[in-house]
Write a protein that binds this ligand. Structure first.
Ligand code: C2O
Ligand code: CU
Ligand code: CU
Length: 512
């Protein structure tokens, strides 16, 4: 960072709920415009030029009920010049720089509204990608209540479009949830956590090349990962929130490009986690440290009732090797300074919902998928799924209605958050293997038994941490749609550089 920004001087912004433009027979109709605009991200920072949905960052909040489908026209009204350095060497064709396509992450959506990376479009739909088919997207919202989010997914520049500000949150509510007496209304607050870096003048800083680039590298060149030096929540740098001494519900999303967080409170208090990516857990899980990788969501209840008058920090554990001037160990501040406006009648239920296990009786397909490190033609790290690039013919082609087990083997020395579109899955287990031996001669020797997922991972997930030197096993059922989807690493710098693959759900009755 070029300047020290004072922490906890700005109030946490509360996301505003978007109203539909009109009611239609097939559901409420919304319009959202992507524009370039300026927003003040910190008291002492000049307004920052951003790209945002409806000129705000984060974008407007969608708050919808299960069973009520909606339609959204996502309008690209962005300038012709990109805000950030574009690496054209990773693209497969010559395409316009400013292209967008929106994906509703975690949703069960038909393929033509899912935001396929090559279904991008430019301003006024003047130029469109090969897979573009429709201007208005439909979201059926028939899945269970969950905290979803939407973000840009354009081929080869997702990291830049999201970094520029194209991300927002989307809540689906259902009846089960309303029976639970959870904290609600002003006591239910979505929190989008991201990291960014800034230039002296307040503009976003994103490297145009890796540190110490070789001369032969393209300029701009994609970087292997991005870690910002400043943490923002709901679009403010290190904000504070004044709270009452009572229970609150926070829907936490990590929308960072690459950064994972280990969240904890300096007060020592716990998170009561009630939900994951795909909605409510079966039982509330008390956690003292909440790990959240890019794109994951955690629905939590925090009880401030014994902390009246105190100031509590939400921290990020950087581990023992962190540099002393790394400021990203702070996230935001809670001031328990408001008087209680009334008795807190909300509860932290023990039992939340039913999560039926996926049956392992008739698995037809077991896929062994490897996360592998290699190098591209410029000598840059090229991280691949099963040694295949994005443009290689699809290999993951599950049948509609099939239940599959995916064993994802991470042969690299660091974790990757793997995300699958269309479905929510269950984590079966993780099993460690000897990575050195594997790297020497390819033999897989397990160094321990399969370990069941953490208690707060035993729900529906769409993004999973695949730790180094382990095989992470998932079970999933491919429904309720067929068609063209993707699966990928959600570290956006990896995704953009070929760590993404097509996923085609096939109807066996009219096979491809
Ligand atoms: Cu949140 Cu395919 O992405
Ligand atoms: Cu997704
Ligand atoms: Cu990755």
């Amino acid at each position: 960072m070029n300047r020290k920004l004072k922490k906890f001087v700005d109030r946490l912004p509360i996301l505003k709920t978007l109203k539909p433009k009109r009611k239609e027979k097939n559901g409420d109709y919304y319009e959202v415009r992507m524009v370039e605009f300026e927003q003040k991200l910190h008291r002492d920072l000049n307004p920052t030029k951003l790209w945002g949905y409806n000129a705000r960052f984060p974008g407007p909040l969608f708050d919808v009920n299960q069973g009520n489908p909606i339609q959204v026209k996502w309008i690209n009204d962005l300038p012709d010049k990109h805000l950030l350095p574009i690496d054209r060497s990773i693209l497969h064709h010559d395409i316009p720089d400013v292209r967008t396509v929106v994906h509703l992450h975690g949703s069960e959506t038909q393929s033509d509204s899912d935001g396929y990376p090559e279904a991008w479009y430019t301003k006024n739909f003047k130029s469109v990608g090969e897979f573009f088919t429709r201007k208005v997207y439909e979201y059926p919202n028939h899945q269970r209540g969950a905290t979803l989010w939407y973000h840009d997914h354009a081929m080869g520049i997702t990291r830049l479009n999201v970094y520029a500000g194209l991300a927002g949150m989307y809540i689906i509510r259902d009846k089960q949830e309303t029976t639970l007496n959870l904290p609600k209304d002003q006591y239910e607050i979505p929190l989008m956590i991201i990291d960014r870096s800034f230039n002296e003048d307040g503009s976003l800083s994103y490297p145009s090349q890796p540190n110490n680039p070789q001369e032969s590298l393209p300029n701009p060149s994609i970087i292997p990962f991005f870690l910002g030096d400043t943490i923002l929540v709901n679009g403010k740098v290190w904000p504070f929130l004044e709270v009452e001494p009572r229970k609150y519900r926070f829907r936490i999303l990590n929308a960072s490009n690459s950064r994972g967080y280990q969240l904890y409170f300096d007060s020592g208090q716990s998170f009561y986690q009630i939900g994951t990516d795909g909605g409510l857990l079966e039982k509330t899980v008390k956690v003292n440290k909440l790990a959240i990788e890019p794109a994951e969501r955690a629905d939590v209840i925090i009880d401030f009732s014994n902390f009246s008058g105190q100031t509590i920090l939400l921290k990020n554990d950087l581990g023992p090797n962190a540099s002393p001037d790394d400021e990203t160990g702070d996230v935001m501040q809670f001031k328990v300074s408001l008087p209680l406006t009334g008795e807190d009648k909300s509860s932290i239920p023990q039992y939340l919902s039913t999560i039926p296990p996926l049956t392992q009786n008739n698995i037809t397909t077991f896929r062994n998928l490897k996360l592998v490190g290699s190098v591209d033609q410029y000598g840059r790290p090229l991280l691949l799924l099963n040694n295949k690039k994005w443009m290689d013919p699809a290999t993951e082609k599950p049948h509609f209605g099939a239940t599959e087990i995916w064993s994802i083997m991470n042969t690299m020395g660091f974790p990757h958050p793997i995300h699958i579109h269309l479905i929510q899955f269950h984590i079966l287990n993780r099993q460690p293997f000897d990575l050195d031996l594997y790297n020497k001669d390819g033999t897989i020797i397990f160094t321990g038994p399969p370990v069941p997922p953490e208690a707060n991972e035993r729900g529906w997930k769409d993004t999973v941490t695949v730790p180094p030197a382990t095989i992470t096993r998932l079970i999933m059922k491919f429904a309720p749609y067929t068609g063209q989807y993707v699966w990928h690493c959600h570290i956006l710098e990896h995704e953009d550089h070929d760590m993404m693959r097509p996923l085609i759900v096939i109807d066996p009755k009219n096979d491809d």
